[in-house]
Design a protein around this ligand. Sequence first.
Ligand code: ADP
Length: 361
Amino acid sequence: MPEQNQVTAQQILDALTVIIDPDLGRDIVSLGFVKEIKICGGQVGFDIELTTPACPVKDRFKKQAEEAVLAIDGVTSVNVSMTSQVRGREQVAPEELLPGVKNVIAVASGKGGVGKSTVSVNLAVALAQTGAKVGLLDADIYGPSIPMMMGTSGKPQLNSENKIIPIERFGVQIMSLGFLLPDDQAVVWRGPLVAGAVKQLLTDVDWGELDYLVVDLPPGTGDAPLTLAQTAPLTGIVIVMTPQDVALSIASKSVAMFRKLEEGLKRPMPILGIVENMAGFVCSNCGQYHEVFVGAGGAAAAERLDVPFLGAIPLDPGISASGDAGVPAIVAAPDSPQSLSFHEIAGRLAQQLSITQMPKG
Ligand code: ADP
């Protein structure tokens, strides 16, 4: 029997049930997030293990947990450690592609020039900045632009098993067809060639252990993005669009293509959400946000298409300038409105993945 006023682990767990994960709709105790409870007199310590280090409600959970446990009679101090264990594809067979990669996220767009590569690069760096292990595969065979945007021009080395070692930049492991092609060589790839080249990028590269591999797909709804999405073991899709795409229903075509593909594949490949790029601009004089295409919002489009809305990124000349200079906007101007948007979108994306991977019931 515990002495009077001796704090018990059960009391701590009971107190923590008031904290509900807004995305998963359950309390953090029944979700199994509370770990390593240590009690020494009135001093209490425990871990809250989240499903991603990019969790947007991390700070709120910590504060709520401290308050809830401090309110227990006999508790004098609380030490909460926020940790994370990214969940991923279940039971990856050894022969399957990318066995060490927990999540493969493809970034797609209905047409070229909407900022798909810019979003891929900045989301990859944003996820890496949370402490996650992140890779970035430039599979945009028509115009591999990731090496330029990430400021990498070297040729990757081979390891002792003759596998290509990705190039690390800004904490992200990068691989691009652009590394393997002679400079300025235009390539016309057809379906079988695309599948072969992509398989090679997935199998012949030493990706190691990754929480997230972001794949920059070729644009459009044609043969190349389709073959690629079929070849790579994708865990989810992000669709980048501009307000114009909403008006012209280009984004809907993209959504329809991936939904059809998922049906055919007979394995889950959820659309994790829509990112609206070049949505408006923040005036450098007055600091106010102005929409460019009034009435054509990404949020409304996402609702209509029944997919999550991950967020909007303003139009900003700094984004293209930093991309051209080989330093992603999120590194070049970390406190800018667009960088804050990228961080928020990365958090929502990671949450969406966690939601889709939570066992049902
Ligand atoms: P995609 O991969 O869809 O073809 P890119 O990411 O290459 O598009 O972007 C096309 C051009 O638009 C690039 O010059 C890029 O720097 C620029 N760009 C992308 N997003 C923005 C933005 N939010 N504000 C300003 N320029 C942008």
